[in-house]
Design a protein around this ligand. Structure first.
Ligand code: AMP
Length: 327
């Protein structure tokens, strides 16, 4: 079975974009691949989170992913810092990563521009640590968004370079996992663009029913269709795109018809959309609360996940040490 690996940044709560754009695909993948999902807490240190915030964010992410369907029985779910072997590999691989190529990485340049006072070495070598996350587990496939494609290319380069330096065929080059037709863009509620954490236009898996209703009722619309069967402007199409994800066929048809014959009332559409979103979110939210409050369960999941992940990690580091010449 092919090995798939995905890292999750512990940077706050998950929204419907994360759920429909990534998580649902991860959940399906679990039956066809040997999946590794880890919370990338070492990576998050580049921004110096407060220790208590870091702890809470790791816990949040674990509980939100598990409540959404990641299954510790099927997949290896772990916290990156519980597998310290990756630090040794990271140090060793840093010897073969050149300053020039690291400085040219798009995400490094962007972060350095955004935070000129915190251009630290960890930020510079972010791509090396990410390569090690992948290579240490011998992953075949990595689901990557557009922003991570360059990091995956660098992973392949570091793997090839290691093999070349030591004259071995040790690391294999991981491939991008493409969801192709399953990849959707979940729009935000502010009319344009996609739902995102930093844009304050999202519905979160932990939102209460009343908050969901409030957010949907406030979604941006226009003054309504003026002639039958006209194309929908983006703000309206976005609401229909959200409906496609959460509503029944008959509901969608009802509002499509109402749009086409100009009888649509956005208030009705929003009320229905809110209830349908609640139908998806409410059970997940309740599950999140149960898991989040069950420290013993979360600790067991993290411990057992780390135990599984450390088996391959220790093997890789041992073999790399031998190849390098440490006896
Ligand atoms: P982020 O936490 O924003 O980096 O998002 C993590 C992953 O969730 C991304 O790599 C995407 O796969 C997915 N994602 C986030 N926002 C959206 C969205 N609005 N539509 C579809 N997928 C999304």
């Amino acid at each position: 079975m092919e090995i798939v690996l995905s890292g999750i940044r512990p940077t706050g709560d998950l929204h419907l974009g994360n759920y429909f754009g990534a998580l649902r695909n991860f959940v399906k993948m679990q039956d066809d691949y040997k999946c590794n999902f880890f919370v990338a807490d070492y990576h998050s240190l580049t921004t110096h989170p407060h220790p208590e915030d870091l702890r809470i964010n790791v816990k949040k992410i674990l509980s939100q992913y598990i409540a959404s369907g990641l299954d510790p029985e099927k997949s290896t779910i772990y916290v990156q810092s519980d597998v310290p072997e990756v630090c040794e590999l990271y140090m060793l691989m840093n010897m073969n990563a050149y300053i020039g190529e690291l400085e040219r990485t798009a995400s490094f340049k962007e972060k350095a521009r955004q935070n000129p006072d915190n251009v630290n070495a960890g930020l510079l070598t972010y791509a090396v640590l990410m390569a090690c996350d992948i290579l240490i587990q011998k992953a075949d496939k990595v689901p990557v968004g557009k922003d991570q494609e360059q990091h995956l290319e660098m992973t392949c380069r570091f793997a090839r370079r290691f093999n070349n330096i030591y004259g071995v065929e040790y690391f294999k080059e991981p491939k991008a996992f493409s969801f192709s037709k399953d990849l959707i863009k979940v729009p935000g509620l502010d009319g344009t663009g996609k739902m995102g954490k930093s844009t304050n236009n999202g519905i979160y898996l932990i939102d209460e029913d009343k908050d969901i209703r409030k957010k949907v009722m406030k979604a941006v619309t226009d003054s309504g269709p003026t002639e039958p069967n006209q194309a929908k402007p983006e703000v309206i199409q976005n609401l229909f795109t959200l409906m496609d994800l959460v509503s029944d066929r008959s509901t969608i048809e009802h509002f499509e018809n109402a749009w086409n014959d100009c009888s649509i009332r956005y208030g009705d559409l929003k009320k229905q959309l809110a209830e349908d979103i609640i139908r998806t979110v409410a059970p997940i939210r309740e599950h999140i609360k149960d898991i989040y409050n069950d420290d013993a369960y979360l600790e067991r999941v993290a411990r057992e996940g780390a135990e599984k992940a450390r088996v391959q990690a220790a093997k890789t580091v041992k073999e790399v040490r031998q190849i390098i010449g440490f006896k």
